[in-house]
Design a protein around this ligand. Structure first.
Ligand SMILES: *Cc1c(COP(=O)(O)O)cnc(C)c1O
Length: 359
């Protein structure tokens, strides 16, 4: 059996080694005679999975002790609400930087809970770039600044993060663990797992402990960060299978050489595709401006709608999966997260070049 050339945006490719390991232990995890899905979430065997995932993430991203690592459900989308519900208290203002549809959705939810402002936006240019932020003197009423570190749909990515005195919050769903990161620049980082961390079903939150407050009385228990922090994310039944797979992916990252090795490989993969675009004399045209190009999602168009369609249909025939651009942008998108092998990216580059030559 050959594995697909998978360029899906999310859920996305998982490392083959991880799937094989999961398969091997599916019926008998750790000598229990049960699958990991059949264990009690209060058992010692599951405890090792749960704490193992947390500790491995702490190690890979050198997350300091004054940060909590929480496992939640509801995807990144629920964080759009939980963040303002917990942190945008009466009299405070939350600042949003709009760099794509996901930031727009985050803002939309925050507006339901309190006062917001748009600190910067590149909507006017169809989110081709990341804005430069004026670092203003913020004041004590500012709750936080929210950014989207990688814009999955438009294919743009922050290259460095603003140094601000207000807690910086980042939706890193599509580029967490793809490159080195200084966690201390952030108050809170969140990511749905299904792009770079594992399967869908678990959301990781890395949060500075001093931001975790006793919630307002009417805040549902399950929507308060304090609940997860006080109970090691075991207040209710966590998504045990997803957390197990997350741990396997994290262990794989470590075996591959850690986040630095991922970063080098991702730079290499990005360069392979962007070179094809840049050397195509305008046949392929990238959506993102050069300084904002994402190493995770490469977005491009062809000279006409017709050519784009032809390209996508031939690509499909050749076994490439998931190259259609998001419906809001059109064109093509190749998602090349950590688990996408260099070899698959090389094959796509060759296909792009031969498609252009053919015409
Ligand atoms: C995919 C994605 C989301 C949505 O994630 P869900 O887990 O489906 O809620 C949010 N933000 C970014 C940047 C994404 O890539």
């Amino acid at each position: 059996m050959t594995r697909a050339l998978n360029f899906n945006a999310g859920p996305a490719a998982l490392p083959e080694a991880v799937l094989q390991e999961a398969q091997k232990h599916l019926l008998n995890f750790n000598g229990t005679g049960m699958s990991v899905m059949e264990l009690s979430h209060r058992s010692k065997d599951y405890d090792e999975v749960h704490n193992g995932a947390r500790n491995q993430l702490r190690k890979l991203l050198t997350i300091p002790d004054d940060y909590e690592i929480l496992f939640l459900q509801g995807g990144a989308s629920l964080q759009f609400s939980m963040i303002p519900m917990n942190l945008l208290t009466e009299g405070k203002v939350a600042h949003y930087v709009l760099t794509g549809s996901w930031s727009e959705k985050a803002l939309k939810e925050a507006k339901k809970h309190g006062t917001t402002s748009i600190l910067a936006s590149t909507k006017d240019e169809n989110y081709r770039s990341i804005p430069s932020l004026r670092v203003e003197p913020f004041n004590k009423n500012d709750a936080y600044i929210h950014i989207t570190s990688n814009n999955t749909i438009y294919g743009t990515e922050w290259k460095s993060y603003p140094d601000v005195s207000v807690p910086l919050i980042a939706d890193m769903s599509s580029d967490i663990l793809s490159k080195k990161l200084n966690v201390e620049q952030f108050g809170l980082i969140y990511a749905g797992a299904q792009k770079n961390l594992g399967p869908s079903g678990v959301t990781v939150v890395i949060m500075k402990k001093d931001l975790i407050q006793t919630p307002a009385e009417n805040l549902p228990t399950m929507l308060s960060y304090e609940t997860y922090s006080k109970n090691n994310s075991l207040y209710n039944t966590p998504p045990t299978l997803a957390i197990y797979l997350l741990k396997l992916v994290l262990d794989w990252v470590e075996r591959e050489g850690g986040v630095e090795a991922m970063e080098n490989r991702n730079n290499e993969k990005g360069k392979i595709l962007y070179n094809v675009i840049d050397e195509s004399n305008g046949f392929y045209s990238g959506h993102a401006t050069h300084d904002s190009r994402s190493n995770m999602n490469v977005t491009f168009t062809l000279p006409s709608e017709e050519k784009t369609k032809e390209f996508l249909s031939l690509a499909k025939e050749k076994g490439f999966v998931g190259l259609n651009g998001h419906r809001s942008v059109g064109g093509c998108r190749a998602s090349i997260y950590n688990a996408v092998p260099v070899d698959h990216v090389v094959q796509l580059a060759e296909f792009m070049k031969s498609f252009q030559r053919r015409l």
